[in-house]
Write a protein of this length. Structure first.
Length: 534
């Protein structure tokens, strides 16, 4: 008996609560002297303590509330009904229905076993709604996102005390407009379902300037879902039709090149199953739950990797947008996902070449010709430039090469004329680039991992606008000096590097993007597995 009592008392003690024996009459405990724990727990208390110990959130709640049960008290029926109602909404969140064991909620909790079973469902629901089902890094090591949930034991307490426990649970879901729009799109066609009676468009490869009778059903199917293309010659694939096709492609998550090839026509003919279209929304909902703790109403930079776009969002509205180039699809060059804060705008930046690039790409060239990559300086650990004729590059390997490489500020600098720093362990940042032609491509995954900005000066002006009346003048004073200058952002601006292959526009229309890194499939599989994990 004593052993079970100690377990129960330990739960209380570990959560910082008072679970001590009363001192003998007339005696007060000495300062700094531990007092023995109470041993007068009931059999139910001890059983509850033992069962709860396996779930940290429950151990914390029961321990800090005197082993008070959740579903065995006066409001048990009301609380259980609220949990049943909330978990029934799982499919609306893209969460498999089997995630929450309905059998454990079917009957009144008559004993500790039922109490713990129902409490586990409560904890699971609360965790899912406030931070997602899946640990981000478990599906891909380049998903560096940290999920910060509110304390679950505190949520349980607030749930029990709430005058409307059903509403309390339902309100735990993300309320961001993007999440709500994704919910509306789940299971729907988002206006892309063509009426069944229309003739199928023939599969081909239609480009501007081509003329064929098969273009007629293509026009009809586009027009039926709102992508009109006025024409003087309906059988001609003209510029307005190419524009309508590009708009449809963007809505369907295809490269918006305006060319009607087999993929575009397959989507237009309804050959892509609804389940496949829904997958992108399901994983997008989970990704939004990962971000539940982020304040997305404040001014922030939002970089959606598959969209190749960066935005500034302020008060929920887009106030700036630019194209970006992201890391290539090679796993060691992909752009990771995480959130941070931009602290500095660096004008005329030096480029400190990452060691991985130095030893993999440049060292072999230097070993063959010490004058190779002459636009880069070789520097020692103190930042001193070392003359190349003093170095025998052939002596070194990738493991023991003792030097770094650095490029001076210039128009040809790999970082261009400005970079945006948010210090992080992966050395990822936003920056200008002299390689401007890539921004004209539909597929823009070409970098080593950092994000190249299509309109870097405009981004700098926008970020600096909160701390000066003339951000352009502030920026160009530093630029014209030609030396590296660090302009501190006050306050820092949150930046979110995200990965959404389905995401709503400002009007709620869900746009789809190519899964350039293949990250959706493992997340989808993990979500389905989570539905079987009871």
């Amino acid at each position: 008996m004593r052993g079970w009592a100690v377990i129960a008392a330990t739960l209380l003690i570990c959560t910082g609560q008072s679970a001590v024996a009363q001192p003998q009459a007339g005696l007060a405990p000495a300062v700094g002297v531990a007092v023995a724990p109470r041993l007068d727990f009931s059999a139910r208390d001890m059983e509850l303590a033992q069962a709860a110990a396996a779930v940290p959130e429950l151990a914390s709640f029961y321990g800090s509330h005197g082993l008070r049960p959740i579903f065995l008290g006066e409001r048990a029926g009301e609380l259980r009904a609220a949990l049943v109602q909330a978990t029934a909404t799982a499919p609306q969140h893209g969460i498999p229905a089997g995630r929450y064991r309905s059998d454990s909620l079917a009957a009144d909790a008559a004993d500790v076993r039922a109490e713990i079973a129902q409490a586990r469902v409560l904890v699971r629901y609360m965790r899912d709604m406030t931070g997602g089902m899946i640990r981000p890094g478990s599906v891909d090591p380049l998903i560096k996102r940290e999920v910060r949930r509110p304390p679950i034991d505190r949520l349980i307490r607030d749930f029990i005390q709430s005058p409307d426990p059903a509403r309390f649970l339902l309100d735990l879901q993300p309320r961001h407009p993007a999440y709500l729009a994704l919910q509306r799109g789940l299971g729907g066609d988002q206006g892309l379902a063509v009426p069944a009676h229309l003739p199928r468009a023939p599969v081909g490869l239609w480009r501007p300037g081509m003329r064929d009778p098969g273009i007629l059903p293509l026009r009809a199917r586009l027009q039926s879902i709102g992508f009109d293309a006025p024409a003087t010659d309906p059988q001609l694939y003209d510029a307005p039709l190419a524009d309508a096709v590009a708009r449809f492609q963007a809505a369907a998550g295809l490269p918006p090149d305006g060319v009607a090839g087999p993929k575009t026509i397959g989507h237009l003919n309804g050959d892509v199953p609804q389940d496949a279209r829904n997958r992108a929304i399901v994983v997008a909902l989970e990704r939004m739950r990962w971000m539940g703790s982020e304040d997305l109403d404040t001014r922030h930079v939002w970089v959606n990797i598959p969209e190749y776009t960066a935005r500034i969002i302020d008060g929920g509205a887009e106030v700036f947008r630019t194209r970006v180039v992201v890391g290539s699809a090679d796993h060691d060059r992909q752009t990771p996902e995480f959130s941070d804060q931009i602290e500095y705008v660096v004008v005329n930046p030096r480029w400190n070449v990452p060691r991985s690039i130095t030893v993999k790409e440049y060292l072999p060239k230097l070993q063959a010709n010490r004058n190779a990559v002459s636009h880069l300086d070789v520097v020692d650990g103190n930042g001193n430039v070392i003359a190349r004729d003093r170095i025998d590059f052939r002596r070194y390997t990738a493991a023991n090469f003792p030097y770094r490489m650095r490029q001076k500020p210039s128009d040809d600098n790999a970082l261009g004329l400005v970079k945006f720093i948010f210090p992080n362990p992966w050395n990822i940042y936003l920056h200008d680039t002299p390689t401007k032609h890539l921004f004209g491509n539909a597929m823009r995954a070409h970098s080593h991992g950092c994000i190249r900005i299509g309109d870097p000066f405009d981004l700098a002006y926008a970020l600096l606008s909160r701390q000066t009346d003339d951000p352009q003048a502030m920026f160009h004073r530093s630029l014209d000096r030609g030396n590296e200058a660090w302009l501190k952002l006050t306050p820092p601006v949150p930046v979110h590097l995200v990965y959404f292959t389905a995401f709503p526009d400002q009007d709620g229309t869900i746009r789809r993007f190519e899964d350039v890194y293949g990250r959706d499939a493992p997340l989808w599989d993990a979500i389905q597995k989570a539905g079987l994990d009871s």
